[in-house]
Ligand binder design. Structure first.
Ligand SMILES: CC(C)(COP(=O)(O)OP(=O)(O)OC[C@H]1O[C@@H](n2cnc3c(N)ncnc32)[C@H](O)[C@@H]1OP(=O)(O)O)[C@@H](O)C(=O)NCCC(=O)NCCS
Length: 177
């Protein structure tokens, strides 16, 4: 499946994305807050992409023909909820790509698949990610103490959520140039 916005294309991961994404996957400022370790060789990026391609709702974010990052969600169909997960290469931070990718992803997720909640967990120190979520209308529900075991340590995380009726008013506009 592919989802399109004015600047972004969300599409399944391909091995050919490795050269674009490897430099970002080596960046500790990105991997520090993710569930995977900083990549030490491009072979790790190939393996990561193979794994990503097998997931039902995870996408590479393509911008001007280049892979810029990854977004998507793990879906709990029984409860109709999606847990979103995103990382983007630093050259694209602050560019609006994150918001645009979320708009096309959430418009779809709250549409035909009928999800009733999208949630996101962020490390308590990840202020940038928290701000990015709040700009999209996510509400901070609370602190989950030692909720995830990542990189050999327990993580305290904030739980954020977004409901479809809130998305109608919080959804940022995206422009078609
Ligand atoms: C999280 C991520 C996808 C967000 O994308 P982005 O392009 O950086 O997000 P935006 O620029 O739209 O929004 C970030 C906001 O945080 C603000 N910000 C930046 N540093 C900040 C800080 N230290 N504290 C608080 N806010 C901060 C920015 O100013 C911006 O707000 P503004 O538009 O009102 O000025 C991206 O930063 C990323 O990939 N980070 C590394 C991986 C990661 O943490 N993923 C999320 C895991 S939960």
């Amino acid at each position: 499946m592919e989802l399109r916005g004015p600047r972004v294309l969300l599409r399944p991961a391909r091995p050919e994305d490795a050269p674009d994404l490897f430099p970002f996957a080596c960046d500790p400022q990105i991997s520090h807050y993710m569930y995977w370790n900083t990549h030490g060789s491009i072979e790790e990026t190939y393996a990561y992409l193979e794994n990503l391609a097998a997931k039902e709702a995870m996408f590479v974010i393509e911008v001007e023909g280049k892979a810029a990052g990854v977004t998507g969600m793990q879906i709990d169909w029984e409860n109709r909820l999606g847990e979103t997960e995103t990382w983007i290469g630093q050259p694209y931070w602050g560019s609006g790509i994150n918001a645009e990718a979320k708009v096309v992803l959430f418009d779809f997720a709250f549409g035909p698949p009928g999800l009733k909640r999208i949630q996101s967990l962020t490390h308590i120190d990840n202020s940038r990610s928290q701000r990015a979520l709040e700009k999209l209308g996510f509400k901070r529900e609370g602190l989950l103490r030692r909720y995830r075991w990542i990189g050999g340590e327990p993580w305290d995380v904030y739980m954020y959520s977004l409901l479809p009726e809130e998305w109608m008013s919080s959804r940022p506009p995206i422009y078609y140039p």
